[in-house]
Design a protein around this ligand. Structure first.
Ligand code: ADP
Length: 265
């Protein structure tokens, strides 16, 4: 609220989209994409019209997670700026990913203006139609892409993903500070890989990555700890199998946690 009006960017809404939720993390590998995908699936299961924008330009893996890596989105008729990308539909979700544009195995080098224009296309030149929720899988960290995105479109709320580990916390803190500075409302913290429950020992829990990280971060920032997702073996395979756990095994502990998260949002 303390933002200088003259410096505040003009945010441009996307026609037909009610809420935009950004899923972010301070660093890679903490499960941000897994959470974005399963949150989107859980919202869709609640009967909400849901889209997923995979803006993780450096590691766009939602197409593999959703089993559509081989597909190429079509473009509407017309020419130039009239043309719109038609999202791929899977599990009731409209998906657009940087992965559809990037050749597999090729290094991705974006320069500032190029990055900015591609992000704007992915927001505004897509045939999203009417959506209750658009979930955005942000790239990890606090770079140009995050700034570009949050300064283009009004984000209803951002979720910050962390593991219970101290090193992950430091990165998450930087992410939180960025959102505060940019005036993006924060929904809360999601702690991933909280505990490991061995499938053959249901009563037992192992805190492999330590404990309390999510809670600490939530307290420090006066935010809710929205969910604690356990480490589950089917989730490890999520990225390869093309069927997110909330679809393939809706009664698993993590699917239930994702379901609760969708309800909270
Ligand atoms: P990020 O988007 O933060 O880079 P990913 O969502 O790609 O992270 O997850 C990294 C790896 O960890 C993937 O192989 C994923 O399947 C796995 N993974 C993520 N969360 C869990 C979890 N709770 N239990 C087991 N494996 C997980």
């Amino acid at each position: 609220e303390s933002q200088n009006q003259s410096n505040a960017p003009e945010l441009q809404k996307i026609d037909g989209i009610r809420h935009i939720i950004a899923v972010s993390s301070g660093k890679g590998g903490v499960g941000k994409s897994t959470i974005a995908v399963n949150l989107a699936c859980s919202l869709a299961k609640l009967g909400l019209k849901t889209g997923l924008l995979d803006a993780d330009i450096y590691g766009p893996n939602t197409p593999s997670m959703m089993g559509v890596a081989e597909q190429n989105p079509k473009v509407t008729e017309g020419s130039g700026s009239d043309q719109r990308l038609i999202p791929i539909n899977k599990y009731g979700i409209s998906l657009v990913s940087m992965g559809f544009l990037i050749e597999e195995g090729q290094p991705v080098i974006w320069r500032g203006p190029m990055l900015n224009s591609i992000i704007r296309q992915f927001l505004y030149q897509v045939e999203w139609n009417n959506l209750d929720f658009l979930v955005i899988d942000l790239p990890p960290g606090t770079g140009d892409a995050q700034i570009s995105l949050t300064q283009s479109v009004p984000i209803s709320g951002a979720i910050v993903v962390t593991t219970p580990q101290q090193v992950s916390l430091q990165d998450a803190r930087r992410g939180l500070a960025m959102f505060k500075q940019l005036g993006v409302p924060l929904l809360g913290i999601v702690e991933n890989m909280s505990v490991f429950i061995p499938p053959d020992m249901p009563g037992k829990k192992y805190e492999i990555f330590g404990k309390g990280g999510g809670q600490t971060l939530a307290k420090e920032n006066d935010l809710p700890l929205l969910a604690q997702i356990p480490i589950e073996i089917p989730l490890v395979d999520d990225s390869n199998k093309g069927v997110p756990i909330s679809i393939s095994q809706p009664n698993k502990e993590s699917s239930l946690v994702f379901g609760n998260l969708a309800q909270l949002i």
